[in-house]
Write a protein that binds this ligand. Structure first.
Ligand code: BDR
Ligand code: CA
Length: 307
């Protein structure tokens, strides 16, 4: 099978870094563009990090900057998990300059040039760039094979009691993406909680080159998740990529997914109906379980192939 053509929209981001490395190390994927959005840290850092991470892999994939704010308001960063520079204070060599243009245009340009169902969109940050691209030229929707997002939660959030970080940082954009009519797959907090990089797994990583060393330093910078019993650090964003690389590691369930866009305490909550309780269409599927042993074995193998 020919590799799947994907665009990755990200806000690197400690776990975004690992997701980018996994994607760029995986022959199942043909990464055509990387677009950056603000989120974990400001766009000036996420764009720099995306450029640096792609260049470290030696791959010639264009990196394009995008939104520095959500559709409404401002991004609220998370320096406790990502450090001030977005990669836990790890100093990466500067990468190739950003490609000209802005992410939403770059996404639309790629869709415009594509055949129906040719491009898979992956979003592992706030959905702003994706939402802007889809809302402004819906005629391009048929070019999209699938949209895979790390976002949301069907139970508890990680920023507010209800909301997950990416969803909370641009609920309006995520509402656009969820309602776009193309197949959407969600790696939610429930899935990513099963993909915990433990200190012993990290200690066992060997081989590889500068990318693996950077990955180890970046992962080591992240404090173990208190929410998850301090057993390790969830590889949220790599779950979205791994779904495309090794879908057999996951179980899925069709759902209805919508956003809480209200101004109240539930704002940013992904309202996910796994049990057909609401009448709406099954507009998404959630990744429900992941085989963590298989996930981390393959992640280690792929990281070790990078320069
Ligand atoms: C998501 O939020 C960010 O902090 C991570 O990079 C991930 O995309 C997890 O809630
Ligand atoms: Ca992210």
């Amino acid at each position: 099978m020919s590799p799947r053509k994907i665009i990755i929209d990200c806000d690197p981001g400690t776990d975004d870094a690992i997701a980018l490395f996994l994607a760029l190390a995986s022959p199942e994927l043909d990464v055509r563009k990387v677009t950056a959005v603000g989120g974990n840290v400001g766009l000036e850092h996420t764009l720099r990090n995306a450029r640096a991470l792609v260049s470290l892999t030696g791959r010639d994939v264009p990196v394009v900057g995008g939104a520095d704010r959500p559709m409404l308001g401002s991004f609220i960063p998370e320096p406790r998990v990502h450090g001030q520079n977005g990669v836990g204070g790890v100093m990466l060599p500067d990468g190739k300059p950003a490609a000209p243009g802005i992410a939403a245009d770059a996404i639309r340009d790629m869709l415009r040039a594509a055949a129906p169902g040719e491009i898979t969109l992956v979003g592992v940050g706030p959905a702003t760039n994706l939402g802007l691209a889809l809302a402004t030229e819906p005629a391009l929707l048929d070019r999209i094979a699938e949209i895979v997002l790390m976002t949301g939660a069907w139970a508890e959030g990680n920023v507010t009691p209800d909301a997950e970080f990416n969803a909370w940082n641009d609920p309006e954009a995520l509402a656009v993406v969820l309602a776009c009519g193309r197949p959407v797959t969600l790696a939610t907090l429930e899935t990513t909680a099963q993909a915990l990089a433990t200190p012993s797994w990290m200690a066992g990583l060997s081989g590889g080159g500068a990318c693996l060393q950077a990955a180890k330093a970046i992962m080591a910078s992240v404090p173990p998740s208190r929410r998850l019993g301090a057993r390790g650090t969830p590889q949220h964003d790599a779950c979205a990529i791994m779904w495309l690389v090794a879908p057999h590691l996951f179980t899925t369930r069709p759902v209805h997914a919508a956003m809480d866009l209200g101004p109240g305490p539930g704002r940013g909550r992904t309202v996910i109906d796994r049990w057909e309780r609401v009448a709406g269409p099954r507009n998404a599927q959630v990744l429900e379980t992941v085989d963590a042993a298989g996930f981390f074995a393959l992640l280690a193998e792929r990281l070790a192939t990078l320069p």
